[in-house]
Design a protein around this ligand. Structure first.
Ligand SMILES: *Cc1c(COP(=O)(O)O)cnc(C)c1O
Ligand SMILES: [Zn+2]
Length: 412
């Protein structure tokens, strides 16, 4: 890879050659991919990107793949960025955009990391990829691997919502539902991967994954014509997504494509926020219980805490924790004002933004992008529970009129 110099441990600084099947540093630290920005500057132009297909591979000079590695088959990335003027007004901010990453092929931002995993597994000559996941990493890996003709072994915690498990079974994965929490699921997958030598798509272990995830911020920048907002709000579990988002922004800054770096808003659940707690207290992170319906960010032992904490601190970021009720209120708000249906973890960034607006931390002069990281159809049970049941009536016009009157519903 002419555009990549090496992989470097974020903990001890040791460097490694960027081979396709890299995992953690021998010290246990996470590796970060280091680019040759001079090479990239000389080879990547905004015009060149604009002429390419609308998927995440349009930014290939900034991605850790060989020039000869083909685009993965599913259309990952180039999700819409909506101007949400009505919601911005309601929240009392100058400008708001919603990046709907639930519109990826398997309906979450994780497709960006999984497409990268498939590309790197193919470079490594692997035929089987494995991971553990709260759900979306799993379903995205199963889908992207199926499209590329690779087999998958997937470990999910028993609490994974049915929609995600249905995706896994449909994509033909070998699925193990682990009777335990995400931490235990991760441990079992790790042992199995070691035993059978499968390509490892576990979050944080594989340093290429957050390079895939960073394409969300590359897209946001391009979709905003390279003029960056003041803030970027995102939900945080393991921390790979927010770290990737920050990496993408720094890449663009380093090659001179943008001249301003947004501040990150790290949104976590009140019932599980070990990363935000570390920022708030200034202490190191330590494990926390996983008490939230936002299953995709119910991560008590974050696997990428170091990179996530660095990203939040470097960006002069803001942390905000939201209750399950606030998350579900945000789901309904986004649905009703923007027509965007996010899963609970998908709307946690927006819930955090709403809270910060109410607290006066973010206000009338601020511009914000909020990323919806996963689609609401993945978890319909919670949506129905919180957003309510429809009116239920027989085929009777009189009863319909009465029901509307009773509810004071305006019909014109
Ligand atoms: C995985 C996930 C996140 C959080 O990403 P991390 O890398 O674990 O921090 C947020 N939202 C959704 C929908 C996800 O699937
Ligand atoms: Zn190290």
């Amino acid at each position: 890879m002419k555009n990549v110099k090496c992989a470097k441990c974020v903990k001890c600084g040791k460097t490694y050659e960027a081979t396709p099947n890299l995992t953690n540093c021998e010290c246990g630290g996470i590796l970060d991919i280091i680019y040759d920005y001079d090479y990239i500057k000389a080879n990547m132009t905004k015009e060149k990107i604009a002429s390419r297909a609308n998927n995440m591979w349009r930014y290939r000079e900034l991605l850790p793949v060989e020039e000869s590695t083909p685009d993965t088959p599913l259309r990952v990335g180039w999700s819409p960025l909506y101007e949400a003027d009505r919601l911005a007004k309601q929240l009392g901010i100058k400008k708001l955009w919603i990046k709907d990453d639930g519109q990826n092929p398997t309906a979450s931002l994780k497709d960006r990391a999984s497409a990268m995993a498939v590309a790197k597994a193919q470079e490594a000559g692997a035929k089987i990829i494995a991971c553990s996941s709260t759900g979306n990493a799993a379903s995205s890996l199963a889908g992207n691997a199926a499209a590329a003709g690779l087999r998958t072994f997937i470990f999910v915690p028993e609490r994974a919502p049915k929609g995600k498990v249905a995706q896994l079974m449909t994509f033909g994965a070998n699925v193990v539902s682990v009777q335990g929490d995400y931490g235990q699921t991760f441990e079992l997958s790790k042992a199995a991967i070691e035993k059978w030598g499968w390509y490892n798509r576990n979050a944080a272990i594989n340093p290429y994954l957050s390079e895939g995830k960073k394409t969300v911020s590359l897209e946001i920048a391009e979709q905003l014509n390279w003029k960056m907002p003041d803030y970027l709000a995102i939900s945080v579990g393991d921390g790979c997504t927010i770290a990737g988002v920050w990496k993408g922004l720094k890449d663009l800054y380093a090659i001179g494509f943008i001249d301003k770096l947004p501040r990150l808003i790290s949104a976590q659940a009140e019932g599980c926020h070990p990363i935000n707690r570390a920022i708030a207290t200034g202490e190191d992170w330590f494990p926390m219980e996983e008490n939230t319906i936002a299953d995709s960010i119910a991560v008590g032992v974050p696997r990428n805490a170091t990179k996530a904490l660095n990203a939040i601190r470097e960006s002069n970021g803001i942390v905000v924790n939201v209750t399950d009720e606030e998350i579900m209120a945000a789901q309904k708000l986004l649905g009703a004002t923007c027509g965007v249906f996010g899963e609970p973890a998908g709307v946690t960034g927006a819930a955090g933004l709403k809270k910060l607006c109410e607290q006066g931390v973010i206000g009338a002069n601020d511009t914000v992008v909020s990323v919806v990281t996963g689609n609401g159809l993945k978890d319909v049970a919670n949506a129905i529970k919180f957003c309510g049941e429809p009116m239920s009536l027989p085929n009777d016009m009189d009863l319909l009129v009465k029901e509307f009157d009773k509810r004071g519903l305006s019909v014109e």
